[in-house]
Design a protein around this ligand. Structure first.
Ligand code: SIN
Ligand code: FE2
Length: 223
């Protein structure tokens, strides 16, 4: 990867009250620092109520290991894994019911982050919620279970900080290390859609709002 750390103010002329800063981390990939901070008051209660309907749980990998991250979903499709493989399902396997609806505040935030990153008309039908407690991690992987790769991935981080690894198109490619903080959003799509990415083990700590955990929400067009 060439050096692509350009920092500038996306909102310089249009919305001076908006403090988010955009940092380019790939040809079509952006880190939007603090992007979600103004929306957390409606967003966090909506997250609490959907997690009451579809609780976080440790799913089984196809290889038979329990994931260190606990997951849930909202929207028309939810990402699941069990002994039969990784896939999207319209039904929560725990309840046999459809996943909770995607809250409007989630959808609107994801669309706005996508369009400010050059992806106009993003219509996510899936939001995967991952909870990391200290020590939990996500190995390098590509997001490949979606039916098409034309839509970007929009990722929102909440709670404890994480070291995000943003790599290339082969697992062994060099990775950028990006510290993701509460309220940060990362968007990758287009030519960068299939970049490998992962998360190093979360360090112990306590976040004033979310306690001893990190939550990550990834918005996708899956179907
Ligand atoms: C993921 O790739 O599904 C999660 C990324 C993150 O937790 O930041
Ligand atoms: Fe991913």
């Amino acid at each position: 990867m060439t050096t692509m750390h350009t920092t500038f103010d996306l909102f310089a002329d249009t919305e001076p009250e908006q403090p988010a800063r955009a940092e380019q981390i790939g040809e079509q990939s952006w880190l939007l620092r603090g992007f979600a901070l103004p929306d957390l008051e409606p967003l966090l209660p909506a997250l609490d109520s959907l997690l009451a309907q579809a609780p976080l749980r440790h799913m089984m990998t196809p290889g038979g290991f329990s994931m260190s991250v606990a997951t849930s979903s909202c929207g028309a499709l939810g990402w699941i894994t069990d002994r039969s493989g990784y896939r999207y399902s319209p039904v929560d396997p725990l309840s046999g019911q459809p996943w909770p609806d995607m809250p409007e505040v989630f959808r609107e935030l994801a669309q706005r982050a996508a369009s400010q990153s050059g992806f106009i008309g993003f219509t996510p039908d899936s939001c995967l919620i991952n909870r990391y407690v200290p020590g939990a991690k996500m190995s390098l992987h590509q997001d490949k279970d979606e039916s098409a790769y034309t839509a970007p991935i929009v990722s929102l981080s909440l709670g404890l900080p994480a070291m995000f690894l943003f790599g290339g198109f082969a697992r062994s490619d060099k990775t950028q290390r990006i510290a993701l903080l509460h309220g940060d959003v990362v968007v990758w799509g287009g030519v960068d859609r299939l970049r490998f990415h992962g998360v190093l083990p979360i360090k112990p700590g306590r976040h004033p709002r979310l306690g001893e955990q990190r939550l990550n929400l990834t918005f996708r067009t899956a179907g």
